[in-house]
Design a protein around this ligand. Structure first.
Ligand SMILES: Nc1ncnc2c1ncn2[C@@H]1O[C@H](COP(=O)(O)OP(=O)(O)OP(=O)(O)O)[C@@H](O)[C@H]1O
Length: 260
């Protein structure tokens, strides 16, 4: 197993709201590491802090305290330019609602991170075709997002997330808007890319089926990592059952954050 740490989360705390106002503590001293090529899931009740955590790791939000080392560099200390650079070169992101730009063709959407990096059109085109072949969506390149299905949109979004060959792919409920067939296909593809490219995948999900594709799952409860489970030698179907059993031990209540 690859032991290189790509993400090292140290003592992350997130408080929403200004001082003198009502404040909420959404994350409390969160610590964990992710290795290169690992497929890690984050599960937890609604309001437990999953999206807050993912957004901090992906530099879309800053923690109140603590640091996030990505390949040894503290990304919470980056300035605006460094953050843009970090996002386009080192990470990919897939959202539940795809976040494709309707006015761009699918090929242009996929190539957007390269356009932002100033990669020449010809080279960008070549890379777009490469990733599209890998994800089996070559025939969608000349179409626009409105002309394709939800499952196809998420594959286009995944291609955009992977085009820069990032070290880390963040996925926030990537199967949330997909039917089970499309969800399965997307997860198979993510797993394949994860294996082939050693890209670390960090996926927030409510869905035990999606989570069964992970090697390790962190359970967030009330802003803290409560427990974690690993697939180990289990088959995916067995891991799915393990996850269901684990979820059954939690109560299903929505979580409120701590008002300070
Ligand atoms: N911008 C914000 N300002 C104030 N509170 C916020 C803000 N964003 C999130 N919160 C609160 O922080 C807590 C954690 O929210 P977060 O979205 O991270 O949870 P989650 O686990 O992703 O939930 P869900 O599964 O419903 O998406 C929630 O109680 C939420 O209301």
């Amino acid at each position: 197993m690859n032991q290189k740490t790509v993400i090292d989360v140290q003592h992350i705390t997130k408080v929403y709201g200004e001082k003198n106002e009502k404040q909420y503590r959404a994350l409390k001293d969160v610590n964990f590491k992710v290795r290169q090529g690992e497929f890690v899931g984050i599960m937890g009740a609604s309001g437990s802090g999953k999206t807050t955590l993912l957004n901090i790791l992906a530099t879309m939000d800053k923690p109140t305290e603590g640091q996030v080392l990505v390949s040894g560099q503290d990304v919470t200390k980056l300035d605006r330019n460094q953050i843009s650079d970090f996002r386009v070169k080192q990470i990919g992101f897939i959202f539940q609602d795809f976040n494709l730009l309707e006015s761009l063709s699918n090929a242009e959407n996929i190539g957007l991170p390269l356009t932002l990096q100033g990669v020449k059109k010809r080279k960008a085109n070549e890379l777009v075709h490469q990733v599209a072949s890998q994800l089996g969506i070559n025939d969608l390149l000349d179409k626009y997002p409105v002309e394709i299905s939800g499952g196809q949109k998420q594959r286009v979004a995944a291609a955009r997330g992977l085009i820069s060959r990032p070290q880390i792919l963040f996925a926030d409920e990537p199967t949330g808007a997909l039917d089970s067939k499309n969800a399965r296909e997307l997860l198979e593809t993510l797993k394949q890319v994860n294996d082939e490219e050693q890209v670390s995948v960090l996926m927030v999900t409510h869905d035990p089926f999606s989570a069964s594709y992970c090697e390790r799952i962190l359970f967030i409860k009330d802003g803290k990592i409560g427990e974690e489970i690993e697939v180990g030698d289990q088959k995916r179907s067995e891991f799915y059952q393990t996850i269901l059993n684990k979820l059954g031990t939690f109560d299903d209540q929505e979580e409120g954050t701590d008002v300070i």
